[in-house]
Design a protein around this ligand. Sequence first.
Ligand code: SF4
Ligand code: MG
Length: 329
Amino acid sequence: MTELLTVSDLAVSFGEVRAVRGVSFGVAEATTLAIVGESGSGKSLSSLAVLGLLPAQAQVTAGSIHWDGRDLRACGADELRQLRGTDIAMIFQDPLSALNPSLTVGYQIGEMFRRRRGLGRDEARRRAIEAMTEVGIPDAARRAGSYPHEFSGGMRQRVMIAMALALDPRLLIADEPTTALDVTVQAQILRLLRKRQRDGLAMIIISHDLGVVARTAQSVVVMYAGRAVESGPVADLYTVPAHPYTLGLMAASPSARDAGRRPQPIDGYPPDGAALPTGCAFHPRCPFARQRCRTEDPELRTVAPGRTSACHFAEEVLSRGGAVGHPRA
Ligand code: SF4
Ligand code: MG
């Protein structure tokens, strides 16, 4: 399968902090990649880097980003803006900051059709209402005349999803797309995203929720302290994780509660990027840690077909054979 987006050895510095350190991932048409990790792991920065949307203090310091054969690091701001408006769409974590408070929601969605598709006013309005209906906004024709502050958080998130999908992008990058939504709406949005995926849409879902990931993605990259610590097909990784951090995330997953098991949070906190632990950055929290882990930073290496892990003892973790179980179970 040809990849639409290929990111290799990406490094991002945020001031003095090396916030993303040598991360690689890719996504092909009609597939979904999930980037998983706690907040501060570098997952949002990695995707913002792809879009040329890094905050002012952050910059890409190494690596390559290719989109459909084009080198995005060599593209100017105008080219990237053009790409974001058509081929690549993003759903941000904070929908309120991405909407204009002084324009009605229907106008803002319609504006995209007017500007990018050259549609007339009435047709743009019709398409805006259609897009709102598709994401489950009830009484969309009336709600199109409301302002962002008149929507609940969950409704605003749906508006953002409607806007992101409106122009039929080839890639959708969604940062915690369903976190603000209740379970029913979340299921509805995930169904819609899966349908779009079947029609050819490529997606990158950024999430800390392994349940959401299991229901949408085919492959996963797990990030910790700015690095990829494990990657592989969803089904394999969920059945038998190859990194202690992934094991920990699964035990901490809220979906595990459904199985009658209490979620077990991972002890301790993610490290401060400016003061990373020596050796393996996960060692202060790792139940598998040994002396070697305190001094030697493990390489990300292939540990099984299609699977990588950055753990000295990945084989031992693998041999536990899914003792934690599937977060969907
Ligand atoms: Fe744990 Fe050591 Fe593996 Fe790091 S290298 S995840 S500390 S066992
Ligand atoms: Mg984030």
